[in-house]
Design a protein around this ligand. Structure first.
Ligand code: APR
Length: 239
């Protein structure tokens, strides 16, 4: 590989699987237990608000009992120690990358939650996002404006992912793009590998199995995230 300075890493549900958080599309995954159109679209929220709020209240509660695993910790270590910039873009709405990063003093701006965060609530009346750990089903008041108009701060199907301009700016500067624990089924994230290639970056996939976008990667390593990610990080830091 040529000299690498700037790295963009995209993570998906596979990186949190070994922390006990269900992935979406594996056997027994979230989208086998619930239909996307019942719980993860703006139309579902308009149609049956209680069902949607109950679903996210359950998941918000569950992630708070989970802990970052060796993969989250290794990625935070890379971000803290790599001499260039490491931008971590996650599709995950849990806070396991955040907790791993906090322990190592990683710059918060270099962690991008493109699909939102379970631990935020978004007020549809005043547009302010507030940290939120409790339930939303009982229609609590927005801490900012007092209206009972909070929704999960989750990017639903049919909504625009967050911070796309920053992500593309990082991809333009990237020498290496790494995709970890994502099936490559959901755009625009699934297209980042091709954007990165077109912009001249080398590409690497770390996943349990070949993803849907596998053929776009220069190199792929298959295995559980808690094994392949720390091994790759140690290799990078030894370069
Ligand atoms: N280690 C590494 N990879 C794993 C592991 C593991 N322990 N367990 C599962 N995987 C891989 C699977 O093989 C699969 O390719 O992680 C991937 C998980 O894919 P999905 O369930 O589709 O999750 P993700 O790609 O993050 O989904 C993208 O879809 O529903 C939306 O908004 C949701 O952000 C999510 C998006």
């Amino acid at each position: 590989m040529a000299a690498i300075r700037n790295i963009v890493i995209l993570t998906g549900a596979g990186v949190s699987a070994e922390s006990g958080i269900d992935t979406f599309r594996d056997s027994g995954g979230v989208w086998e237990q619930h239909r996307v159109e019942d719980v993860a679209t703006p139309e579902a929220f308009a149609r049956d608000r209680d069902l949607v709020l109950r679903f996210y209240d359950m998941r918000r509660e569950a992630i708070q009992t989970r802990q970052p695993n060796a993969a989250h910790l290794a990625l935070a270590k890379l971000q803290a120690q790599w001499p260039g910039r490491v931008t971590l873009v996650t599709q995950n709405v849990d806070d396991l990358h955040d907790r791993a990063a906090a322990a190592l003093g990683v710059t918060a701006a270099d962690l991008i939650h493109m699909h939102g965060e379970h631990l935020n609530a978004w007020c549809t009346a005043c547009d302010v996002r507030s940290p939120w750990a409790g339930p939303l089903l009982d229609r609590p008041a927005c801490p900012s404006c007092g209206e009972a108009a909070l929704r999960p701060d989750i990017v639903w199907f049919g909504e625009m992912p967050y911070r796309m301009e920053e992500i593309f700016a990082a991809l333009r500067e990237a020498d290496l793009f790494v995709s970890i624990g994502t099936s490559g089924a959901v755009y625009p994230a699934a297209g980042f590998v091709r954007n990165a290639r077109d912009l001249g970056a080398a590409t690497l996939e770390l996943n349990l199995e070949p993803s849907q976008g596998s053929l776009w990667f220069d190199e792929a390593r298959h295995g559980p995230a808690t094994v392949v990610v720390p091994a790759w990080v140690e290799e990078m830091l030894a370069r």
